[in-house]
Design a protein around this ligand. Structure first.
Ligand SMILES: [Zn+2]
Length: 406
């Protein structure tokens, strides 16, 4: 992925586009105040952007005499695609330029198939979703891809993925960019989730945010003053493989005692299977007999059924997670911890146990305004975050201008 260098002549216009995006609706006078640019520079450039169809005048539905002077980004400019590759499925979503999800698709994947087959399915899925949008509004302006592995962001590919044979340096970014003739940004999936949450929630924009994904595995994403922190080798936030004191459970990574091997979704399912088999949980024993296999939603059902053994298992795992995260909170000192992933379905008590363990670990240093909250985008945060990363990069680097003023 090559990012164009901003030229001075475009700087004012980039600044205006970014400010209008951030403010959603804004007057020329306000743009002048926020940017420090003169009124005449603002007027000239806003008029140019209006004539190019990049900005629109805010509809004057009310009689307010000031309404005519407000401008917004034209949401019908085109679309952005967000992709999230998870442990066993690929979700693809289309968003408008403001990050609102317009359409969603998902398909099952097996990494043993290798990257080519998954790539082909992904291209088909994107084309299908594109065709659901009105023809004059469905130009793809950018694609964001989240991968469940360390990623080289500049090169747009996975680096030494532990469980994805054939994906090391597989050029998914370049390939998608060639097919759809748009910029493509590839990042770790939890990084994109963290970014989506930080960018779309005005309360957290520009702050330090930690995103914790609790699913089959466990990972974290770090936002430092509004930007993704990727680390030296693209593996920042790889907390699933930090070891828990005095634990020896074997992990898929080849080590033992990893957080993921104790409190990840697969680890909990393994323990739940034992409890179903030995009769400790009669509820799950019956589920196992009916379906031959237990899934995470069976654990959610067991909690709703008030199965005390399963509730204890889940609460203990929440405490293990919270104790580890509490140490990271001490190290990183974020404004907020946002939790996402399938394990959030365990309910408010699960999150509360995580919160309590964090506070116990990080007290008395933690500030009282530190928040622990569940992602407000639910299961869609992966695709929304990936799309949001591409929107932000396209806006920041003037790629909208390139597309519309060629
Ligand atoms: Zn591990």
């Amino acid at each position: 992925m090559n990012i164009p260098v901003e030229s001075n002549s475009n700087l004012a216009i980039h600044t205006i586009i970014q400010l209008v995006w951030e403010q959603q609706t804004v007057s020329r006078a306000e743009l002048s105040r926020l940017s420090g640019l003169s009124r005449s520079t603002i007027t000239l450039n806003v008029d140019t952007l209006l004539s190019q169809g990049i900005l629109i005048e805010k509809p004057t539905s009310e009689a307010s005499k000031h309404a005519r002077t407000q401008v917004a980004i034209n949401k019908k400019l085109g679309i952005f695609v967000g992709v999230e590759l998870d442990a066993d499925c690929c979700e693809v979503g289309i968003c408008n330029i403001m990050g609102s999800l317009l359409s969603l698709d998902c398909f099952s994947i097996e990494y043993t198939m290798g990257p080519e087959q998954i790539y082909d399915q992904l291209v088909t899925s994107i084309k299908n979703l594109q065709s659901t949008q009105p023809e004059n509004q469905n130009t793809i302006l950018g694609i964001g891809v989240g991968l469940p592995t360390p990623v080289d962001f500049q090169k747009g590919y996975a680096v030494h993925p532990a469980f994805m044979p054939g994906w090391h340096h597989y050029p998914i970014g370049d390939k998608l960019s060639q097919v759809f003739t748009c910029p493509v940004f590839v990042d770790n999936e939890v990084n994109t989730m963290a970014f989506g949450e930080a960018y779309l929630n005005q309360k957290y924009r520009g702050t330090n945010l930690l995103f914790l994904k609790l699913g089959v595995g466990i990972g974290a994403g770090m936002i430092v003053e509004g930007s993704i922190y990727r680390g030296n080798s693209g593996m920042s936030g790889n907390i699933g493989h930090i070891r828990v004191d005095n634990r020896q459970e074997p992990c898929q990574c080849g080590k033992s005692g990893c957080l993921e091997a104790i409190a990840g979704g697969n680890a909990l399912l393994k323990k739940a299977n034992e409890m179903a088999t030995n009769g400790a949980s009669p509820f799950l024993q019956q589920k196992l007999a009916e379906n031959r296999v237990l899934k995470l939603h069976d654990l959610v059902a067991a909690i709703k059924y008030k199965d005390t053994e399963i509730i204890t298992l889940v609460n203990e795992s929440a405490t293990t997670v919270g104790t580890m995260v509490g140490r990271l909170v001490m190290f990183f000192d974020p404004k907020v911890l946002v939790v996402g992933g399938a394990l959030c379905d365990f309910g408010p008590q699960y999150i509360d146990y995580i919160r309590r363990a964090i506070i116990q670990e990080a007290s008395p240093w933690i500030k009282s305004d530190f928040d622990v909250t569940v992602s407000r985008f639910g299961d869609s945060i992966g695709v929304i975050g990936s799309a949001m990363l591409s929107i932000s990069m396209v806006l920041q680097h003037g790629m909208i201008l390139e597309k519309f003023t060629r």
